[in-house]
Design a binder for this molecule. Structure first.
Ligand code: NAD
Length: 328
């Protein structure tokens, strides 16, 4: 049980999306006074059903990270800010790089400027991504691994993280960045596979459709349940040791993609594997094997994943079995 959120004023940017709404539910359980901001970016995870069961316990503002005036009105009261809003599609960042730049760079600078001007004391937890490391030269990838982005999204999100750290360095904003791995769980967008393939695989299995694997499927990835990711964010939002830090948040161990697909099919009791060659050009997006080193956050905050992949997948499948009509 995390203590310290009761009656605290907490702002979640991107709060109607996948990670944001899971975090919001947890914060409500912990007694926080929660405000959500979201602009319902098309093709992203914002979904009113994500607030099912706690809609009347949070305040919602349909607004944009790039709207300085709206932020300046909301910020003064807030004690802790979780900055989770983003353009999250790697492929869309290549087809529409200026939109990605606008949200992932300008939006984050707008937020930081507003914080500096009206509430420089608010804690900020920025949610970054493992994609900063691209295809790492050694595994597991540590926080000191080289930054090797492979698309516009990863470059712009890394710039956004660095803006946060610069505002910490120059203006003392109390900032933490968490570079999260592949997250799965309830409340994710499942309409298209442009980002978060694992969640989309759950839909395919539940619909008894083929789970398509390119190549031999032996590439190893690390998959973390959203509940475990939220616990890491909650700890980072309170702990003094997290100030000015950048930490990886992942499972810390790898699973071959094909084994993941087989486990989903087994647990769902439906779906089947289909192995094909890589479509032309798509290999450029694949980073090969990937596992995050989570020793830093483990030793500094005592955080570690709790759910095994089988437990997490079973819980997630049960959620979508019941609620799929709200997600696809
Ligand atoms: N899901 C993962 O596996 C994963 C992995 C690594 C990093 N991340 C990061 O976590 C964050 C959240 O991802 P998610 O999976 O919950 O995606 P999501 O699409 O479910 O949530 C993002 C939310 O941000 C909102 N949003 C986008 N632009 C906005 C803006 N300008 N103003 C206000 N709201 C805006 C969207 O409407 C959406 O509700 C992103 O920063 C993403 O890069 C996610």
């Amino acid at each position: 049980m995390i203590e310290g959120y009761s009656r605290r004023k907490v702002l979640l940017l991107g709060g109607l999306g996948f990670i944001g709404s899971n975090l919001a539910q947890r914060l409500v359980q912990l007694g926080a006074q929660v405000t959500l901001v979201d602009n319902f970016l098309p093709d992203h995870g914002a979904n009113w059903f994500n607030l099912d069961g706690f809609r009347d316990q949070v305040q919602v503002h349909l607004s944009d990270l790039r709207n300085s005036e709206a932020l300046r009105a909301l910020l003064p009261e807030q004690e802790i800010i979780f900055n989770i809003a983003a353009q999250t599609s790697h492929s869309d960042s290549m087809s529409n790089p200026l939109l990605d730049l606008d949200i992932n760079c300008k939006g984050n600078l707008t937020l930081l400027e507003a914080c500096r001007q009206v509430n420089p004391a608010a804690r900020i937890v920025f949610v970054g991504t493992r994609a900063f490391y691209g295809s790492p030269p050694f595994l597991p990838a540590t926080e000191d691994s080289p930054i090797l982005p492979r698309d516009i999204y990863s470059i712009n999100r890394f710039a956004a993280e660095q803006y946060h750290l610069i505002y910490h360095l120059h203006y003392g904003l109390p900032v933490t960045s968490l570079r999260v791995g592949n997250i799965y769980g309830p409340r994710a967008q499942m309409k298209h596979p442009k980002y978060n393939v694992l969640n989309f695989f759950l839909r395919l299995a539940l619909e008894n459709r083929p789970l398509k694997i390119y190549g031999d499927g032996q590439q190893v990835r690390d998959y973390l349940h959203v509940g475990d990711a939220c616990e890491a964010m909650l700890l980072a939002g309170l702990h003094p040791a997290a100030l000015g830090k950048v930490w990886n948040v992942g499972a810390g161990e790898g699973l071959p993609f094909i084994e993941l697909a087989q486990t989903i099919i087994e647990l769902a009791g439906s779906g089947h594997l289909e192995q094909t060659d890589w479509p032309p050009g798509s290999r450029n997006y694949d980073v090969g094997d990937f596992v995050l080193d989570i020793a830093q956050i483990r030793s500094q905050l005592g955080w570690a994943p709790r759910l095994s992949i089988r437990q997490g997948l079973a819980q997630t499948l049960a959620f979508y079995q019941k609620n799929h009509n709200h997600y696809w």
